[in-house]
Design a protein around this ligand. Structure first.
Ligand code: ZN
Length: 264
């Protein structure tokens, strides 16, 4: 019955599907019919599609921006080396910066291609805040939320076409991933993992809370500020979790953060 459902669904309804049901049980949220290899292939296809669409995704050139890239990769590596990233050695974990000062966002594809907008870097005040948001995005990739979500929504045929490089399918998947709204369960899980990762570093483990505090209820929410878990509750939950886990890091690295902001 499940397969019947899977193949009846076409890509056209993907956008509707991606909104998803917010009240599904946790177990359903964790079923994944895709393999690790599928996540990797899918991420590769999506990253290539992004690279080929500079109008929508103006990637900041590495040349001339070496300092900024070195900085963002230092943060990423700290998180990846926290000892808490399950797919640390399975996924690519490549970071690119998108040169768009208007957009307060970051996202990660399946398989660990991470994208951070200059608008987000400029907006935040300290390195732990950015690390918190990046930890959240890394968690979505590490916990394979996209393929879990798409398993749940029955987009398996589309995803498999995309994973083998079928162009139209890849395009639809890119659109889906960038605008993806995860389930409440996955959002909460990504917040939890952000704390868990940062707790294994010298950062203030509640860094992600800084972002939610700062943005309050303003503007249209980017992916990691999905409206479902209320921002105030998220701040409390993140801070309580960091405290409960006995995280001792307090590094915020503001001086260096401001220097990097000045380069953008
Ligand atoms: Zn999220």
């Amino acid at each position: 019955m499940m397969y019947k459902k899977l193949f009846l669904l076409s890509g056209l309804v993907l956008s509707l599907i991606l909104v998803g049901c917010e009240f599904t049980k946790k177990t359903v949220n964790n079923v994944n019919l895709f393999t690790i290899e599928d996540d990797i292939n899918l991420g590769l296809q999506v990253s290539q599609e992004i690279a080929n669409d500079p109008k929508q995704f103006p990637i900041l050139k590495e040349k001339g921006n070496e300092d900024v890239y070195r900085y963002i990769r230092k943060i990423t590596n700290k998180i990846l080396n926290s000892g808490k990233v399950v797919n640390r050695n399975n996924f690519k974990w490549q970071v690119k910066i998108i040169d768009d000062i208007e957009t307060l966002n970051a996202f990660a594809t399946p398989g660990g291609y991470i994208y951070v907008y200059t608008g987000l870097i400029k907006y935040l005040d300290s390195e732990d805040q950015l690390a918190g948001v990046m930890g959240h995005e890394i968690a979505h990739a590490d916990q394979r939320h996209s393929t879990k979500q798409m398993t749940k929504s029955g987009a398996l045929d589309l995803l498999l076409s995309a994973a083998i490089g079928e162009k139209e399918a890849v395009k639809q998947v890119v659109g889906g991933i960038v605008g993806l709204r995860f389930s409440r369960t996955h959002e909460t899980e990504a917040d939890e993992y952000s704390v868990r990762y940062l707790c294994g570093t010298d950062y203030n483990a509640a860094g992600a809370a800084g972002f939610f505090k700062k943005i309050g209820g303003a503007g249209s929410p980017p992916e990691f500020l999905s409206t479902h878990p209320n921002p105030d509750n998220r701040v409390q939950e993140i801070e309580a979790r960091a405290k409960g886990m006995g995280c001792r890091g307090n590094s915020t690295n503001k001086t260096e953060y401001n220097r990097i902001k000045g380069l953008l």
